[in-house]
Design a protein around this ligand. Structure first.
Ligand code: FAD
Ligand code: NAI
Length: 485
């Protein structure tokens, strides 16, 4: 291997592997260094997202939702199912097969695009005086090698935040990886943290039959979401999905025995409570990975929370060194990581040609999706944020109950809400809870990226009957002219 590259990418999650492919497409000689090992001890590209995050969780959400439908929803369609049962190992094997296909697929994409893949842990080092003279030392199972590069993209991602009072043992106290690999349904499952992972994985195991209790520190449920959406979500997830959610709790201790885990916590009324469960999942957020990266040695600046400090273009304080994805500020989302990867690749390619590039990612237009049932999705400002900022706005809202397609699906919980500036009518935020809103939110993102007004959306033809008509009607509702309400 010629060890001199234009770009060295450290990390092959959705940030790093996308950055590497885009660099290569733009004619840059690129190496991507990644240390992920799968359960068989083999290199597995794709980082958290493909190995233990987005993809496996969605595979299990789909499988468990099918089980839920067959058990509880088919009957109203006149479909009778006798002797329904679930084969958890088969479900997990299907999920593993999907993960294997995708992680292997990245290897193929690297080959096709002539990205050099190196398995091992990368550490950044300065090589000489020039601004574009970087070295990445790569250790692979005790063996060391070096690559040299003019540019470096750090995409080392994140790992689960740990809790002193609930150490993960991988047997009965699990993080997201363990929670995606259970071979049987626990009778009782507790989850510390009612955030995105808690709600998604809690839904999976609840639908498969576990009694699931979520213990959340914050007093408010889903505070990042629009308050009205969070309220509707709480109602649906507790009443329809059957999750038990306690907010405002403080975990005092956990004790993992051979088969059970005892948890002591103080509830929001300051009463001490104890529960005993078969499995405990700890899902209290994630922290950026910078250990062993050479930050101190090279003077790479980290912020007070441990993220690599970057400007709006993902440039670090070191020349020719960029950082993207979960390891930098902003939401920890795969699509955010990937788009930052593309933007940085384009900036580097332009710099090589001494051309100007304004490539960057608009964090204000980041879609969020929580893949529960009903799904939750939003983009832009919440109503509470607009109020806090003193922005005057108009709101239009439409329930799925009045949408023909939702009725046909039998999925009528939820609504769509459009928030628009009171004077200009420019859309400021769109919030959805309901069936397949993960797909519907894309229309709102496009509209907002093009600075659309609610009237623009209201005047666009939407197919009938489709769920997207709920967005159309909500946009009409901003001007108080929804038709079907
Ligand atoms: P990562 O995916 O974490 O990849 C970083 C890679 O770098 C890893 O392979 C790591 O081993 C490697 N690495 C770290 N340090 C070094 C080093 N020094 N040398 C070499 N390699 C190194 N996001 C969504 O948008 N949608 C979802 O539905 C979604 N679902 C999720 C479900 C779960 C259960 C979890 C845990 C996360 C989910 N996420 C989801 C978040 C998403 O996975 C992350 O935002 C995304 O993976 C971040 O990408 P990244 O490239 O920044 O980092
Ligand atoms: P999160 O930040 O979404 O939720 C963590 C929750 O744990 C918070 O509500 C927090 O208040 C709570 N918490 C923290 N400390 C606690 C304590 N000591 N006791 C009780 N509760 C405590 O983080 P989560 O769920 O771990 O997910 C990490 C990130 O992964 C998400 O923020 C998101 O960026 C990403 N993700 C995205 C998904 C998607 O896009 N659909 C799915 C899953 C994860």
């Amino acid at each position: 291997m010629d060890n001199l590259f234009d770009v060295a990418v450290i990390g092959a999650g959705p940030g790093g592997y996308v950055a590497a492919i885009r660099c290569a497409q733009l004619g840059l000689n690129t190496v991507c260094i990644d240390d992920w090992k799968n359960g068989q001890g083999k290199s597995s590209l794709g980082g958290t997202c493909l190995n233990v995050g987005c993809i496996p969780s969605k595979a299990l959400l789909e499988s468990s939702e099918n089980f839920e439908r067959a058990g509880h929803k088919f009957a109203e369609h006149g479909i009778k199912v006798d002797g329904l049962s679930v084969d958890v190992p088969a479900m997990i094997a299907r999920k593993d097969k999907i993960v294997k296909a995708f992680t292997g697929g990245i290897g193929m994409l690297f080959k096709k695009n002539k990205v050099t893949a190196l398995h091992g842990r990368g550490m950044l080092q300065k090589r000489g005086n020039g601004e574009d003279n970087w070295e990445v030392r790569v250790s692979t199972d005790g063996q060391e090698q070096s690559v040299h590069a003019r540019y470096v993209i750090i995409a080392t991602g994140s790992v689960p935040r740990t809790l002193k009072v609930a150490p993960v043992d991988g047997i009965n106290v699990l993080d997201n990886a363990g929670a995606l690999a259970l071979q049987q349904v626990p009778e009782k499952l507790a989850i510390i943290g009612a955030g995105v992972i808690g709600l998604e994985l809690g839904s999976v195991w609840r639908r498969l039959g576990a009694g699931v209790t979520l213990l959340e520190a914050q007093a408010d449920f889903l505070p990042a979401a629009d308050e009205q959406i969070a309220k509707e979500a709480y109602k649906a997830l507790t009443r329809e999905t059957g999750l038990v959610i306690h907010t405002g709790v403080e975990i005092k201790s956990t004790r993992a025995g051979k088969d059970k885990v005892e948890i002591e916590y103080v509830d929001h009324d300051k009463n001490t409570k104890n529960i005993t469960v078969d499995k405990l999942i700890v899902a209290v957020g994630r922290v950026p990975v910078t250990a062993g990266l050479g930050a101190e040695e090279t003077g790479l600046q980290l912020d007070e929370r441990g993220y690599v400090s970057v400007d709006q273009f993902c440039q670090t304080n070191l020349p020719h060194v960029y950082a993207i994805g979960d390891v930098v500020r902003g939401p920890m989302l795969a699509h955010k990581a990937s788009e930052e990867g593309v933007a940085v690749a384009e900036r580097i390619a332009n710099q090589q040609k001494n051309a100007h590039s304004s490539a960057h990612v608009n964090l204000e237009m980041m879609p969020w999706v929580i893949y529960t049932a009903p799904e939750i999705a939003w983009v832009g400002k919440t109503e509470q944020a607009l109020k806090a900022e003193g922005v005057s706005y108009k709101a239009g809202q439409f329930p799925f109950m009045a949408n023909g397609r939702a009725r046909a699906l039998g999925e009528t919980t939820g609504f769509v809400k459009v928030l628009a500036d009171a004077e200009s009518d420019r859309i400021l935020g769109v919030h959805m809870i309901g069936p397949y809103v993960s797909e519907m939110i894309a229309e709102a993102v496009v509209a907002m990226e093009f600075s659309a007004s609610s009237e623009d959306l209201a005047r666009i033809v939407h197919a009938h009957p489709s769920l997207s008509e709920a967005l159309h009607e909500a946009a009409l509702g901003v001007d108080k002219r929804a038709i079907h309400l």
